[in-house]
Design a protein around this ligand. Structure first.
Ligand code: SAH
Length: 390
């Protein structure tokens, strides 16, 4: 993700992901309702017995990135949990929230956006009623002590895999991904290698959270999902491929750069997007292999909008503006990967061509309301996973 607060920063462009959150609120609520709440034991004389310890509610966000979204999710969650305590007639303990991401994440920008802590009841303005801490490290490994967390979330519009399967980047291997930078509509064997990597990653993630959650704690994830289980090359339905972030416009932009001699075919072939949309069956397999969880929810929500219809249709009336906006969103997500691969000059050139392609696509649709309606970019299929630790 792009750090800072620039035009293509994750912070600015993540309004798209923020919109998706609103659609997920009922699912958060459902999970909170099923959670075991740590609370002070009720003593007859109402005295706290110190040897039992004062409970603290610990929440963690895995892959929180640099933007404001992480705070919005957590504010919503803390408020919802507060209601649940009230509803169950229990005293709510103090809350600690951990924000995790990779060590290279721009934690400085993120904590610069953190609302001030609430010191006194009745304080006005946007305040935070939890203690915050950053936890750098990969969520594919252990990050917290055993049974220390009560609610873990991991919210990703895109499901990143930890590494590209090695054969896919080996020019001598039959799985070398020649002529493409991703798997959609490509060779089945390459997509299957991605699937294996993704399942193994997800299992590692589940295993660590299973150890870190207290019994009755919740793990709630959303990420890109797919509906065609048998064919992982169908990362999204064929009729919707053009809308996908890494769809034909993404692949064709590489072709533009190669045709203009800006990068070689080898440079493109060696670049692979570490993305994979899991199917329900694959997630089920990982949950079963991990064990120790009860499934509250597991489903793919198809075609979930990432922005209001009105905003999408307005953008489409202005191809240049639309292309700038959409391309900046894509940039906020993948620029660091591209810069690491081919440097910032070629990456800049890449995004100029990408923007031109999107603008041309939008211009061709001007005046054709049906085509604009069908384009429906800023929508995606989402996998929802709600688990309760046994
Ligand atoms: N949760 C935020 C951001 C999602 S983007 C939102 O919904 O808006 C995904 C984030 O996960 C990125 O910031 C990326 O750096 C982080 N990430 C990817 N792999 C990770 C890993 N192995 N461990 C920790 N964070 C990771």
């Amino acid at each position: 993700m792009n750090g800072g607060d620039g035009e293509c920063s994750y912070n600015r462009m993540s309004v798209v992901q923020e919109y998706a959150l609103h659609g997920l609120q009922p699912f958060f609520s459902e999970a909170v309702h099923q959670m075991t709440l740590p609370h002070q034991p009720q003593h007859q004389n109402d005295q706290i017995q110190l040897h039992e310890g004062v409970p603290c509610l610990r929440l963690a966000d895995f892959g929180s990135s640099t933007g404001r979204n992480a705070f919005l999710y957590m504010e919503f969650l803390v408020t919802r949990i507060r209601q649940e305590y009230k509803h169950r007639n229990l005293h709510m303990p103090e809350v600690q929230v951990f924000f995790n991401d990779l060590p290279g994440n721009d934690f400085n920008s993120m904590f610069g956006l953190l609302p001030p802590i609430k010191h006194e009841d009745g304080e006005s303005g946007r305040v935070r009623d939890y203690f915050a801490a950053g936890v750098p490290g990969s969520f594919y490994g252990r990050l917290f002590p055993k049974e220390s967390l009560h609610f873990a979330v991991s919210l990703h519009c895109l499901h990143w895999i930890s590494q590209i399967p090695t054969e896919v980047t080996d020019p001598e291997s039959p799985l070398y991904n020649r002529g493409s930078c991703w798997i959609m509509g490509g060779k089945l064997s390459i997509a299957q290698a991605y699937s294996e990597q993704s399942k193994s990653d997800f299992q590692k993630f589940l295993h660590c959270r299973q150890v870190e959650l207290a019994p009755g704690g919740i793990l709630f994830c959303y990420m890109s999902g797919r509906t065609d289980f048998p064919d992982p090359t169908n990362q999204t339905k064929p009729e919707r491929r053009h809308r996908f972030l890494a769809g034909p416009d993404f692949e064709d932009t590489w072709e533009d750069l190669i045709a203009e001699g800006i990068v070689t075919e080898e440079t493109r072939d060696a670049f692979n997007l570490p993305l994979f949309c899991l199917a329900v069956e694959e997630v089920q397999e990982s949950i079963a292999k991990t064990g120790g969880f009860e499934v509250i929810r597991l489903e793919v929500l198809e075609d979930l909008p990432l922005c209001p219809d009105e905003m999408r249709m307005n953008l489409l009336q202005n191809p240049k503006k639309c292309a700038k906006y959409y391309s900046s969103w894509v940039r906020s997500l993948v620029e660091p990967l591209m810069t690491a691969h081919m440097g910032s000059e070629c990456t800049d050139a890449w995004f100029v061509r990408h923007e031109q392609r999107i603008a041309a696509r939008c211009r061709a649709m001007l005046g054709d309301a049906q085509a604009q309606e069908d384009y429906k970019f800023f929508s995606a299929d989402f996998m929802l996973v709600g688990l309760r630790k046994l």
